[in-house]
Design a protein. Structure first.
Length: 253
């Protein structure tokens, strides 16, 4: 098994049909992908899923079942989502072939997650907030509906193709620039929101789309761990300065 592919996580968010999960497992195994995570799936260890898996049953047995998307991607340093339609706040969007090489290269340093949304509605805007970028499969504009397993198959093929090319250009993990995990980024965003509220820049009662736009900004920047630590240190100093004690000290001086 290709080491890069072993760190690519295919994440299905609330898939609705056991058969689709089985078909996804088959699509993954044919391309050498093995990490399947399911967020609030239906009961899927059943005859329908096994039949559609067509020999990829072990992926179903080993699949991680998660209660939330945050749990599914907590250990991942790179997260991309899939979308079939424009969104109100645009994310950087790439075709599978345009981004596959980047994801394979990133997997040398950390876990990568590729998110697939619900068959009928895709990912919500809130779920997209954790993604650094989005993937859109080019389709016929008059008929753009793709089966979930077909979408996974296309992405899996492009990832395998990129991995085979990357094998000749492999490099050691670059720990110095490794990004934080998604659980660490969530703490970063919680700290940012708290600081903005403390200084009066964010009104919790009328937040509008401020945090969503800031998440998009920082996700696009792909911060590394050192940068996150610097920014959180800055937030802490701002909070101290804006606190009642900090304001009093300023006045006294």
């Amino acid at each position: 098994m290709n080491a890069a592919l072993s760190r690519i996580n295919i994440v299905l968010v609330e898939p609705s049909h056991p058969g689709n999960i089985g078909a996804v497992a088959r699509a993954m195994k044919t391309m050498g992908l093995s990490q399947l995570a399911l967020v609030r799936p239906p009961a899927f260890i059943c005859a329908e899923a096994t039949a559609m898996a067509a020999g990829a049953d072990e992926l179903l047995v080993r699949a991680r079942v998660c209660e939330s998307l945050a749990e599914a991607v907590a250990s991942c340093g790179r997260v991309v989502g899939t979308t079939a339609r424009p969104r109100r706040i645009p994310w950087p969007v790439f075709a599978p072939r345009e981004i596959a090489g980047e994801l394979i290269a990133a997997s040398a340093d950390f876990e990568v997650a590729v998110l697939f949304g619900r068959e009928h509605a895709g990912l919500t805007n809130e779920e997209m907030e954790i993604c650094q970028s989005m993937i859109q499969i080019p389709t016929e504009s008059e008929f753009s509906s793709l089966n979930l397993a077909a979408a996974v198959q296309i992405l899996a093929y492009e990832l395998r193709l990129a991995a085979s090319i990357n094998m000749e250009q492999s490099r050691p993990p670059n720990v110095a620039t490794a990004p934080p995990t998604q659980s660490e980024m969530q703490r970063f965003y919680d700290h940012l929101e708290r600081t903005l509220t403390t200084v009066g820049f964010l009104d919790p009662k009328k937040p509008r789309l401020l945090m969503r736009r800031l998440r998009r900004l920082f996700n696009r920047a792909v911060l590394d761990q050192t940068e996150v630590n610097i920014l959180r240190g800055f937030f802490s100093e701002v909070e101290k300065y804006a606190s009642p004690a900090g304001k009093k000290a300023k006045t006294d001086s």
